[in-house]
Design a protein around this ligand. Structure first.
Ligand code: AMP
Length: 190
């Protein structure tokens, strides 16, 4: 069993690579973005608050996300987990670590998909061009992307340092093809 975290800026391909790992290697994916979109879809009061934050590209309050993650870990404790989009800041990274210690679980690798800011806009435009209007995420537009990249730099980049110090971090060039990135991830998991 292995537990991994996929890190990277919005549009770096975390979701795509997570899906490949789920299909080909039987990982269980925990994506906070997807869990939050489900809550938004439920139309609840909490969902409405979350929707506004996601539309602006802001992070959802830590406690909300941490509770979601801890519940999901508890019921999937026997699986290899891939964390996609979590943790997004130091508070979340520390909460994950504490919970893993309690359950005697470990994070095996933290894989960072590196993509330069100037390439992210091109990627999101491609994603928009290739998707149907009804399938688009509320935050898939250039304006929100710019905010999400800014939030990534301010809030998420510090956790790269955190995992580097713990000697868990492995960097991959996220500009390579989907197949090549997937091959590199598989090599790490061997
Ligand atoms: P993602 O699908 O990972 O790109 O996330 C989409 C949006 O969901 C983000 O821009 C945030 O508004 C929210 N979100 C996802 N994961 C988190 C997280 N770990 N902490 C706070 N907000 C999050």
């Amino acid at each position: 069993m292995k537990n991994i975290i996929l890190l990277g800026p919005p549009g770096s391909g975390k979701g795509t690579q997570s899906k490949i790992l789920v299909e080909k290697q039987g990982f269980f994916q925990i994506s906070t973005g997807e869990l939050l979109r489900e809550t938004v879809g439920s139309g609840s009061k909490e969902g409405k608050v979350i929707k506004k934050l996601m539309e602006k590209g802001d992070l959802v309050p830590d406690q909300m996300v941490i509770d979601m993650i801890l519940n999901s870990i508890k019921v999937n404790i026997d699986k290899s987990i891939i964390f996609d989009g979590f943790p997004r800041n130091l508070v979340q990274a520390e909460a994950l670590e504490k919970s893993f210690e309690k359950e005697s679980m470990t994070i095996d690798h933290v894989i960072l998909l590196e993509v330069k800011s100037e390439n992210l806009e091109k990627r999101i435009n491609k994603r928009l061009a290739e998707s149907e209007i009804n399938d688009r995420r509320v935050d898939d537009n250039v304006e929100t992307l710019i905010k999400r990249v800014q939030v990534y730099k301010e809030m998420t980049l510090p956790i790269i340092d955190y995992y580097e110090k713990k000697e868990k971090l492995i960097k991959i060039n996220g500009m390579l093809s989907i197949e090549d990135v997937s091959r590199l991830i598989n090599n790490i998991l061997k």
